[in-house]
Ligand binder design. Structure first.
Ligand SMILES: NC(=O)C1=CN([C@@H]2O[C@H](COP(=O)(O)OP(=O)(O)OC[C@H]3O[C@@H](n4cnc5c(N)ncnc54)[C@H](OP(=O)(O)O)[C@@H]3O)[C@@H](O)[C@H]2O)[C@@H](O)CC1
Ligand SMILES: [K+]
Length: 498
């Protein structure tokens, strides 16, 4: 049986759920916790061996960093197995091994009895270590890494060694996604039993490198026992919810999106959103922008209907024709922006609010009823009550709070975008640098609007838009798109949507 796989399950759980239920899952699967630890260590050793084979690293030096909990137990087991197959292994224990308990203490003793070296100091020039395994903290970690651990990780960060984390990179909170200073930056993380939600989003996602999954023979029992907190999926299944276009379909059947934004001197964002909307299949796309921007927004994209809007009354006629409204890209915060913002109080069709629209919504929470909001971390913070700002580093809580506050499907942007709504939660699998460059958020709101215009149900439209956007970003990056600017995504969006 393969001990680990790059195919990841579609449900995610908190690290605490895993800790609380692994014993019962083991019992129901006819196994014990100490056998689970053996399997966990063995899965890590199997991965390291396969890596060594692929890189032709015979007898390579491997440093195993160990802590004081069960994560260290996995580390000692892996260390012994790798020593058995001829690797030169040394354990660098960052805590006194006498703190180890139970199975972890047994694993330490077994390694030492086998002639394994355990040292409390950095054992060698880390550039000489082909591989470094992080078994310092796993599911039991919270808060900040102790200083000694941080300085050890600092020296590893600068060394040319391949880094493998056991279960969860040390310094990452597997429940909240909070990341300690100097958290371990793995090339690969072999995670056990279930996907931990905290690894899949924000800065934490970057600490994990590639995630490999090892169910340890209890994953099935675990998933029957415990309800996941979120689905972690590419949402490919949502492609089915895009209606097939009839041969005789025409533009008036495919929605009319009105995008409002682009204050004086800020034509770019609204143009990007409008172009993404066209490319993602909306039937008609209108733009309401500052009169100065009309030429710039229309330039080279003559399918757009671009209107220079001075005041709210100019907007009313456009709002009447729209079936979907996007408010915010490049809107600004001046008097002109505020007038258009308040004019949207009459919107009865689905309303997507992004960017400056969110800042104005934060200042006037009762003024508009959004259907979808697409905040990044800073915008999400603004939308919340001061009392809730404590949730800022807890991306799941933050997305949930924004959802409760706005009652709009919330797309918390960033790597591993969280989509929260209708009591469902989704984490975008592609985990790309999707929002890394200027303008890419604007593209996302354009795609969402286009899918809504084509009558894809709202939650599916949002999941699908995030997926398309992430996939397009990934493809653009593969093509070596310099700096990954939003416009690189367009050709890929076209290709993905067929
Ligand atoms: N159950 C099993 O048998 C199996 C478990 N498995 C493995 O075990 C891992 C979970 O093990 P674990 O629960 O022992 O947690 P782990 O992260 O190793 O250490 C917790 C220790 O660290 C401490 N600590 C926390 N934060 C700290 C901080 N900031 N600074 C300093 N100290 C801090 C914490 O202290 P406390 O919070 O209690 O005060 C406690 O002493 C799991 O990820 C998987 O790898 C698998 O083998 C399958 C079978
Ligand atoms: K770890």
């Amino acid at each position: 049986m393969k001990q680990f796989s790059a195919n990841l399950p579609q449900k995610a759980y908190t690290a605490q759920q895993v800790r609380d239920n692994e014993a019962l899952a083991a019992e129901q699967s006819g196994t014990t916790l100490s056998q689970l630890m053996q399997r966990a260590g063995s899965a890590v050793a199997a991965y390291v061996q396969s890596y060594c084979q692929s890189q032709e690293l015979d007898g390579a030096y491997t440093v195993v960093l160990c802590g004081k909990g069960n994560n260290a137990g996995d580390g000692y087991i892996a260390a012994k197995l790798l020593k058995e197959v001829g690797l030169r292994v040394v354990v660098w224990s960052l805590f006194d091994p006498s703190l180890l308990k139970g199975d972890a203490q047994d694993a330490f003793k077994a390694f030492v009895d086998f002639g394994g070296d355990v040292t409390r100091k950095c054992p060698l020039d880390l550039d000489e270590a082909a591989i470094t395994i992080d078994a310092v903290f796993g599911g039991g970690f919270h808060g900040q890494l102790p200083e000694a651990v941080q300085s050890a990780f600092d020296s590893i960060e600068n060394a040319s060694t391949y880094k493998v984390s056991v279960d969860i990179p040390s310094g990452v909170n597997g429940t909240t996604s909070e990341v300690s200073d100097n958290a371990f930056q793995a090339d690969v993380t072999v995670t056990f039993i279930a996907l931990k939600q905290g690894m899949l989003t924000g800065q934490a996602r970057g600490c994990c490198g590639q995630i490999l999954f090892a169910g340890l023979g209890v994953a099935k029992a675990f998933s029957k026992l415990v309800a996941g907190t979120s689905s972690f999926s590419s949402e490919v299944q949502h492609f089915r919810s895009i209606p097939v276009r009839a041969y005789d379909s025409y533009k008036h059947q495919l929605g009319h999106v009105l995008l409002i934004g682009g204050g004086k001197g800020m034509a770019g964002a609204i143009r990007l959103a409008a172009e993404a909307c066209l490319r993602s299949g909306a039937g008609l796309v209108s733009v309401a922008t500052h009169p100065d921007n009309v030429g710039a927004v229309l330039q080279g994209r003559y399918e757009l209907m671009v209107h220079g809007v001075e005041t709210a009354p100019h907007l009313h006629a456009l709002l009447e024709k729209a079936t979907i409204v996007v408010l915010g890209p490049g809107l600004g915060l001046d008097a002109w922006a505020k007038e258009l913002f308040f004019a949207c109080s009459e919107v009865t069709c689905p309303l997507v609010i992004d960017a400056d629209g969110l800042t104005l919504l934060a200042q006037n929470p009762q003024a508009l009823k959004a259907t979808v909001v697409t905040p990044h971390l800073g915008e999400a913070k603004r939308l919340l009550d001061k009392n809730d700002v404590e949730y800022v580093h807890h991306r799941f809580e933050l997305a949930e709070k924004v959802y409760q506050t706005t009652k709009a499907i919330t797309v918390l942007k960033g790597p591993g975008t969280i989509i929260q709504g209708y009591e469902r939660r989704n984490i975008n699998r592609s985990g790309t640098p999707a929002m890394a460059s200027a303008g890419m958020g604007d593209v996302l709101s354009g795609i969402i609007a286009a899918l809504l215009a084509q009558q894809v149900p709202t939650f599916a439209a949002v999941c699908l838009a995030v997926y398309i956007h992430g996939l397009a970003a990934e493809e653009a990056a593969k093509d070596g798109a310099l700096g990954l600017v939003a416009s690189d995504l367009f050709s890929h969006i076209r290709r993905i949507l067929g």
